[in-house]
Design a binder for this molecule. Sequence first.
Ligand code: ZN
Length: 133
Amino acid sequence: MHINDAVFLEDLCPKFRLRQWRKSIHRFTGKSCIYCGKPSESIDHVLPRSQGGLSTTENCVPACLSCNGDKSDENALYWYRRQKFYDPRRAMAIRAWLEGDLRLAIRLLQWANPNFKVSNQNLEKKQSRYKAA
Ligand SMILES: [Zn+2]
């Protein structure tokens, strides 16, 4: 078989890739909301899609439904600053995340929440690899 004939499951099935990508986003924060630390049930676009935000790892953070719904189409950092659970370490983590520095973002989240445990294994490999269609 010629190498070009190789078919990858991810290419064959974009839905599968999207699901894997979503899972990897939640895994970065140990399935906790990047804003408040509650269990993350959704993926939030930091820069809303309505304002041209892309479905890339850098622009998508794990969020609980409450934060995601409340934030709506607002700029995440402005919105976050007004919340009573505001934590400057988390704000820094969000900024690092936006810049694509997931390793720093995760370190800041761990600092904000010492109970937060996540495996840093394969972080570089996963980083920015999956992009939604
Ligand atoms: Zn939340």
